[in-house]
Design a protein around this ligand. Structure first.
Ligand SMILES: [Zn+2]
Length: 301
């Protein structure tokens, strides 16, 4: 073993910045806790299993760690950086409503435009935190990338999506998964009993795509708007409320909520056998198929 480790060490380059970056960015982080029902879990292609959440609750199972390779870490970071820029540009225009965290003392200024100075320490720099809404009906929750005032009676929820510049050029309509998730967000905001939710338009939201390259597409519209730009790195799409399209998602979330509220028994699961693909990645597979927790609530019926 000592020999092996020594050999591994001999292989490591001594003066490579690339090597150091890969080593720095390779990391695992704890998976998201099961206590919160994220909208993005509901809209995953394989869907959310209410039984998994119920079993995790009663067996105190932990989510699996998530491993990040350097390329994924880089891609996510570019996305986060661009989103941050967009939100701060809207804050510069005094139109972005967020939670603003003072970078010096950490004081959070909630549901407001970016403050000119921290109310606690006076520092003038802030990180933004997304506004989160939770449905009172099914407890699914969504974090809104940006809420903006566009001169309408209510604020507009905006989803920010950064995409590869070649993919951006091809984009004629919002991607199906983004549209679906935004439809779910509109429903969840409307079902939230937070007072701020009443100030947000729940009939229409916007998805803003941002190209990961400055020169996105030649765009005739800009001249018609009286601008001097020839190209746009942005495409925007309005998404209308569509509760019917997200009914099945809301239903699954409600199964978890009803279980947690003690209204229903142990939900049935989704896996036909312990050997299917889904079960392979499930953190509560052994509990699920142990026979100890027979399904009591067939929510699929
Ligand atoms: Zn402060």
């Amino acid at each position: 073993m000592v020999q092996f480790l020594k050999k591994m060490k001999d292989l490591q380059p001594k003066h490579s910045v690339k090597y150091l970056l890969h080593k720095h960015l390779n990391s695992s982080s704890p998976g998201r806790p099961f206590s919160r029902l994220h909208a993005s879990e509901l809209t995953k292609p394989e869907g959310l299993c209410p039984r998994m959440y119920a079993l995790a609750d009663i067996t105190h199972a932990k989510p699996k760690d998530e491993w990040l390779d350097a390329s994924s870490a880089m891609t996510f970071q570019i996305g986060r950086d661009q989103e941050k820029n967009i939100v701060h540009w809207f804050a510069d225009m005094d139109k972005a409503i967020c939670h603003w965290k003072c970078i010096a003392c950490g004081t959070l200024h909630e549901f407001q435009p970016r403050p000119t100075a921290c109310k606690t320490c006076g520092v003038k720099r802030f990180d933004h935190k997304e506004i989160r809404f939770e449905s009172a009906d099914n407890s699914a929750s969504c974090g809104i990338d940006m809420v903006v005032g566009l001169g309408e009676p209510k604020y507009r929820a905006v989803e920010l999506k950064t995409i590869d510049k070649e993919q951006f050029k091809e984009l004629k309509a919002p991607l199906a998964e983004h549209k679906w998730r935004t439809e779910l967000y509109l429903r969840l905001i409307s079902e939230s009993d937070h007072p701020f939710a009443k100030k947000v338009n729940t009939q229409v939201a916007t998805i803003l795509y941002v190209s990961k390259g400055g020169f996105g597409c030649a765009d005739d519209q800009l001249k018609k708007w009286g601008l001097y730009d020839n190209f746009s790195p942005f495409k925007e799409f309005e998404i209308k409320r569509n509760d019917a399209s997200v009914e099945s998602l809301a239903k699954r979330a409600k199964v978890v909520k009803d279980f947690r509220d003690g209204k229903v028994g142990m939900p049935a699961g989704l896996c036909p056998t312990a050997f299917c693909k889904r079960a392979g990645g499930c953190p509560v597979k052994s509990q699920c198929f142990s026979g100890e927790y027979p399904p009591e609530y067939d929510w699929k019926a």
